[in-house]
Ligand binder design. Structure first.
Ligand SMILES: [Fe+2]
Ligand SMILES: [Fe+2]
Length: 297
């Protein structure tokens, strides 16, 4: 990872986000996020950065499933999860080391990745159904299967669009997709914190409510509804400029919250059953939301 990161600094047209904003990485759990430079609209550059991001996310989903599948109750499912983890970890290495595709390779580059994501979507849907109906008794919530399925489907759509040469992000699509994801992240966090963490659990639940309102009602009405529901919310900056900034400011507030949570979990200042790799995963997805919002038109 350190080696790959060092290489990336030399590729022009890209930039790297870190937790602290500088070049330092908070080892061993922080993974920096590489994105095209703000003025880089090249479809191949976006396809490479998004594929690199999404494939690592898929590898981690598989890892989290395996961690939540004790062999006694979900042996075969766990083995399958480990297989997906290996597939996506290898694909990540391949994408990372080969660099952005040439324009004439774009379609096959994207096709190769979406083909590998397909069986994982099917796995998430199948096990989500089994867990919901009691056929499977793993420690993976049905909503976690569904959430990660939605992410896999969204990255597939995004990569297909990029494969067609189109890099533009649509504000409505970005807001609608990610506000739902952020709502669910907050509820995941609330339910994985130690039950003694009263304050953090409340913050997580009220923040989830804000994102649900933004998701259901859109930026302008959603901000007003959220303020009515959660007057003491951490997303207080919603008041400032709800017309244009409600969703961005909510996303930035959540990024800040998830970054602090990741550090608190790593240092064991926060009591929870959250694996540090999961808290950094959630932080990176918040970061990607903020970044996409800034680019979306
Ligand atoms: Fe995820
Ligand atoms: Fe997520």
């Amino acid at each position: 990872m350190a080696q790959a990161t060092a290489q990336l600094k030399d590729i022009s047209g890209f930039m790297q986000y870190t937790r602290g904003g500088g070049t330092e990485i908070e080892n061993p759990f922080e993974k920096p996020v590489v994105v095209p430079a703000m003025d880089n609209k090249g479809a191949a550059a976006h396809a490479w950065a998004d594929a690199r991001f999404a494939v690592d996310i898929m590898a981690e989903h598989a890892l989290f499933f395996a961690l939540l599948m004790p062999p006694e109750v979900a042996g075969p499912e766990r083995t399958e999860a480990e297989g997906f983890n290996k597939t996506f970890a290898e694909l990540y290495q391949q994408i990372d080391s080969s660099g952005p595709p040439q324009q004439n390779e774009l379609k096959s580059f994207v096709g190769n990745i979406t083909e590998k994501i397909k069986p994982f979507i099917e796995y998430k849907a199948r096990l989500g159904e089994e867990q919901a109906t009691g056929k499977l008794r793993s420690l993976v919530w049905p909503l976690f299967f569904e959430h990660t399925q939605h992410e896999a489907e969204r990255w597939t759509r995004r990569l297909e669009t990029l494969g067609g040469g189109e890099s533009e992000l649509d504000k409505d699509e970005v807001s609608t997709f990610w506000t739902n994801i952020m709502d669910e992240h907050c509820r995941f966090v609330a339910h994985l914190l130690d039950p003694d963490e009263f304050e953090l659990i409340e913050t997580a639940m009220s923040t989830s409510h804000v994102f649900r309102d933004l998701h259901n009602h859109g930026a302008i009405t959603g901000a007003a509804v959220a303020l009515a529901h959660e007057p003491s919310t951490v997303v207080g900056s919603l008041v400032e400029n709800p017309e244009t900034n409600a969703i961005l400011s909510a996303a930035e507030t959540l990024l800040d919250f998830t970054t602090k949570a990741a550090r608190g979990i790593e240092a064991a200042r926060i009591k929870s059953i959250i694996d540090p790799r999961l808290s950094d995963h959630v932080r990176r997805e918040s970061l990607k939301f903020v970044d996409e919002l800034k680019r979306a038109v």
